[in-house]
Design a protein around this ligand. Structure first.
Ligand SMILES: Cc1cc2nc3c(=O)[nH]c(=O)nc-3n(C[C@H](O)[C@H](O)[C@H](O)COP(=O)(O)OP(=O)(O)OC[C@H]3O[C@@H](n4cnc5c(N)ncnc54)[C@H](O)[C@@H]3O)c2cc1C
Ligand code: FES
Ligand code: FES
Length: 480
């Protein structure tokens, strides 16, 4: 049974196929057809809904793509759809702003935009153009054009923030707390399929031993695509999203330790404060809807050659704590990826946490993502560079790439060409030649092999120019 609030109504689901998406549940079971289906793969935002969770005495509102949100993940949360926004025949502020700014033509994308704007409005007091773009970056519109929609989002901040959801705020928190306390573990069963949502990692570990065939479900932003795009089905799903001791972020003397259930949105501030160069990469990883749900452990667990975090984590020398039952082992993330979609993970084992070393104050870190579109696009190639230059000589270097081989991989020939060499443009040109020995990329619809190779080699030049211009800025500042 799973229990959640659909707007203000307590909803219990006992019998449902555990592979069902929130979108199908809304449209097929409830006839709530305001939430639209465009792509069914998280790319267009037409299906955007808002999921509210109690965090202490606050409700946090996340936008999410209903098409790739698993129904079981709603347990203990509040689901708000576009039908819930109007009150007493009055449009909500964000809806009224959209009307006033003429932000809708055919209207197919409008409910999705409205829900993204609603989450933006609920989580912020004042309009911030950067946050507006970030909030709407996962929503596509084919006819109106984005200017009036962005204007509507900003204009909605001119109306008072209080609405029917503010009035119900405390009641909803109490209700959600009650559900989570009364039913810490959720379980769905339907014919021969099952869904488990445990609340501790001990229970999760036990379930994976009991059901070795189980698929782990974190944010579902990769896994649910197997259901919607390839029409596959999981017999047993075990959800990590409600495991409290996997949702932790710990910064100690040596490292940042991220639990496997930590999402990008949750980890972003901490990651960026340690490694400021990750800001652009994280903001360009999927859309806000995706980052609100998706975990870094899922990016690793998915073992895609085009995942963005694996090259970053390899260059940073991260380690993974893997757990099976009560046994734990720690491995370098580099050793996790064996060949295409084959990893070091054993049956019943799972990633428990990711250990990212604190930055070396004498080293530089840079990451570059190349994709066709700036927002919400998968990388053609993604390079990460960790480099230490000691009195003009490269004393340590780690370079890793995604999108260039069947697994995320170090550029070891290139590293060797730079290690213990003077940090100058001649060394970079030599390293660019060696780089060709590291990778033989493929051509696909994202990029040709030649383009991948050229643009990745050029990242070395960019690295050199950026570090040089930084050191010159520092020199100028020192002399000023
Ligand atoms: C529209 C869209 C845009 C995207 N853009 C990007 C992008 O720009 N860059 C990028 O890198 N990715 C992108 N992705 C892919 C995806 O969002 C990421 O890979 C994300 O990090 C997956 O995390 P998740 O929590 O959703 O994983 P899930 O989908 O829940 O799981 C993914 C896989 O990992 C396994 N898994 C989950 N947790 C664990 C664990 N603790 N231990 C072991 N295995 C585990 C699952 O069983 C599954 O096989 C995008 C996806 C979508 C839909
Ligand atoms: S239908 Fe396109 S993101 Fe869900
Ligand atoms: S109004 Fe038609 S797609 Fe946006």
């Amino acid at each position: 049974m799973i229990k959640f609030l659909l707007n203000q109504s307590e909803t219990i689901i006992d019998q449902i196929d555990p592979n069902t998406s929130v979108l199908d549940y809304l449209r097929d079971n409830l006839n709530r057809t305001g939430t639209k289906e465009g792509c069914a793969s998280g790319d267009c935002g037409a299906c955007t809904v808002v999921v509210a969770e109690a965090e202490g005495n606050q409700l946090v509102y996340h936008s999410a793509n209903a098409c790739i949100t698993n129904i079981g993940s709603l347990h203990g949360k509040q689901l708000i759809t576009v039908e819930d926004l109007k009150k007493d025949n009055q449009l909500h502020n964000v809806q009224q702003a959209m009307v006033d700014c003429h932000g809708s033509q055919c209207g197919f994308c409008t409910p999705g935009f409205i829900m993204s704007m609603f989450a933006l409005r609920k989580n912020n007091v004042t309009a911030d153009p950067h946050k507006t773009i970030e909030s709407l970056g996962g929503n596509l519109c084919r006819c109106t054009g984005y200017k009036p929609i962005i204007q509507a989002a900003n204009q909605s901040f001119e109306s008072p923030s209080d609405d029917q959801f503010s009035e119900q705020h405390d009641t909803v928190i109490k209700h959600l707390d009650n559900i989570n306390q009364q039913y810490p573990n959720a379980h769905l069963t339907h014919l021969d399929k099952q869904f488990f949502s445990p609340s501790t990692s001990d229970e999760l570990a036990k379930l994976l031993v009991e059901y070795p065939e189980a698929r782990l479900l974190a944010g579902g932003t990769d896994l649910c695509l197997e259901f919607t795009q390839f029409l596959r089905e999981a017999q047993v799903l075990v959800h990590t999203g409600r495991v409290k001791d996997l949702a932790t972020i710990e910064l100690n003397d040596k490292s940042l330790v991220l639990g496997a259930a930590v999402t990008y949105s949750h980890a972003a501030d901490q990651l960026i404060s340690l490694y400021p160069d990750l800001k652009e990469l994280i903001e360009r990883l999927g859309s806000l809807q995706v980052r609100n749900q998706a975990t870094i452990a899922g990016n690793i667990g998915n073992a895609s050659p085009i995942g963005d975090m694996p090259p970053v984590l390899i260059a940073l020398g991260a380690e993974l704590v893997l757990r099976k039952g009560d046994e734990r082992r720690t491995i370098s993330i580099e050793d996790y990826f064996i060949k295409y979609k084959v990893t070091a993970l054993q049956t019943s084992e799972f990633i428990e946490s990711i250990i990212i070393p604190r930055p070396d104050p004498l080293a530089d870190f840079k990451a570059y993502k190349i994709s066709k579109r700036l927002e919400d696009d998968i990388s053609a190639t993604c390079g990460a560079f960790s480099i230490k230059i000691d009195q003009g000589t490269v004393s340590a270097i780690k370079i890793a790439f995604g999108g260039m081989a069947e697994i995320p991989k170090r550029a070891k020939y290139c590293e060797q060409a730079l290690l213990n060499q003077p940090w100058n443009s001649q060394s970079i040109e030599r390293a660019m030649v060696e780089f060709k020995k590291d990778f033989a990329p493929i051509s696909d619809f994202r990029a040709s092999a030649d383009y991948r190779l050229d643009v990745s080699q050029n990242m070395l030049r960019r690295l050199y120019l950026e570090l040089e211009s930084n050191s010159q800025t520092i020199r100028v500042t020192q002399y000023a």
